[in-house]
Design a protein around this ligand. Structure first.
Ligand SMILES: Cc1ncc(C[n+]2csc(CCOP(=O)(O)OP(=O)(O)O)c2C)c(N)n1
Ligand SMILES: [Mg+2]
Length: 362
């Protein structure tokens, strides 16, 4: 089955274009654009970890290693498309136009973090695994019913494909030919559980067969493959040809989140090797250098600009007051349910030192 789903690669690890057909499309301009975006989101990611370590944000889910998947796919969208990210996809969200300040506010527990900039259809990150898939299908189907050419993209991991919502999402999209692209980042782990322990299949792409939709497998560290293959899938969606499942094979270098220690379940030397051998940013740098397109001063300017932008967003985030725990209860539904009201009351009484089990007597 693996042979039926070969990995598409446009630019290899050494920065060489893999086929004659691709030569015209792999331009200096695109390479520079991708490089700039990947540097930008990597800079943000490093800052996210550092802020968490300093106690300046609550927790953080890093995506370092997955930049090509996130940048390439996000740049394939049109302004009015829909994006449904998971907790690891803020690199894609900021590439699509989300505010860096609000992304940081999200990780600091503030409600503003869920609000996208005016005119951008970006849903709050899906934390319960795979719940965002049916949402994306619904949004896409609504666009189809309205007769627009807008499509949706939804991000999820390898682990998410073991959830019911994954199958419900794909089935619904297939039946209704919803204009949606299922963008899977297969980083081989669901926290500590490796792919081979939670599925028999060797690929994620082959799961598309069950829903009679196209399933393709791409090198998720090759930003050109990601960009052009996502573009094709989005075009298919817009043309009324229905959904596509894309499996972008990639790797996260670091921990699942700042609450995780990956040395407990995998050899981190492998990550270090991948930094040298298959890194998505280095690959574009090598491509630029191989073609005489690399300019040291320009690259330094990109780095500096990214650092300044991220620092400014951090300062803005820190000008907000700390998160209010009441937000957790107040923003679930438009009208709170009695269970939520009760939980909220219990929480604040417990905070005052009144044990929850004594509250009936209060
Ligand atoms: C429904 C549900 N079950 C369990 C969890 C806890 N959890 C958070 S992330 C995660 C692993 C997800 O792995 P994957 O889909 O591969 O995405 P990745 O984190 O690798 O990007 C789990 C089990 C959750 N958030 N939601
Ligand atoms: Mg995973």
């Amino acid at each position: 089955m693996e042979n039926q789903f070969p990995i598409t690669k446009w630019v290899d690890e050494n920065g060489n274009i893999t086929g004659e057909d691709y030569k015209e499309m792999v331009t200096e301009e695109l390479a520079r654009t991708f490089y700039q975006h990947m540097i930008r989101i990597r800079t943000f990611d490093k800052k996210g970890i550092s802020l968490q370590r300093q106690g300046r944000i609550g927790t953080y889910a890093p995506y370092e290693g997955q930049e090509a998947s996130q940048v390439g796919s996000a740049l394939a969208l049109e302004t009015e498309d829909w994006m449904f990210p998971s907790y690891r996809d803020h690199g894609a969200a900021m590439t699509f136009g989300h505010s860096l300040r609000n992304i940081l506010l999200f990780w600091n527990g503030r409600n503003e973090g869920c609000i996208p900039p005016e005119g951008k259809n970006i849903s709050p990150p899906g934390i319960p695994i795979a719940t965002q898939l049916p949402h994306a299908v619904g949004a896409a189907f609504a666009e189809k019913r309205k007769g627009t050419k807008n499509a949706a993209i939804v991000y999820f991991g390898d682990g998410a494909t073991s959830e019911g919502d994954f199958h419900e999402g794909l089935n619904m999209a297939s039946v209704f030919e919803a204009p949606v692209v299922f963008f899977n980042q297969n980083n081989r782990y669901a926290i500590s559980v490796p792919m081979e322990k939670q599925m028999k299949t060797k690929t994620i792409a082959q799961k598309a067969l069950a829903y009679d939709i196209p399933g393709i497998r791409i090198d998720g560290n090759d930003v050109f493959a990601v960009y052009f293959e996502t573009l094709k899938a989005m075009d298919r969606a817009r043309a009324g040809e229905g959904p596509t499942l894309i499996e972008a094979v990639t790797w996260r270098y670091g921990a699942h989140t700042t609450a995780d220690d990956p040395t407990k379940y995998r050899d981190q030397m492998e990550s270090e090797r991948k930094r040298e051998e298959t890194d998505p940013v280095l690959r574009v740098e090598r491509l630029l250098k191989n073609n005489g397109w690399f300019d040291e001063a320009w690259a330094e300017r990109m780095q500096k600009q990214a650092a300044e932008e991220v620092d400014a967003a951090v300062a803005e985030m820190e000008s907000f007051p700390p998160a209010d725990p009441a937000d957790i209860f107040d923003h679930v539904f438009a009208e709170p349910t009695w269970q939520l009201q009760q939980q909220k009351q219990e929480y604040f009484q417990a905070k005052k030192g009144v044990p929850v089990w004594n509250q009936q007597q209060q």
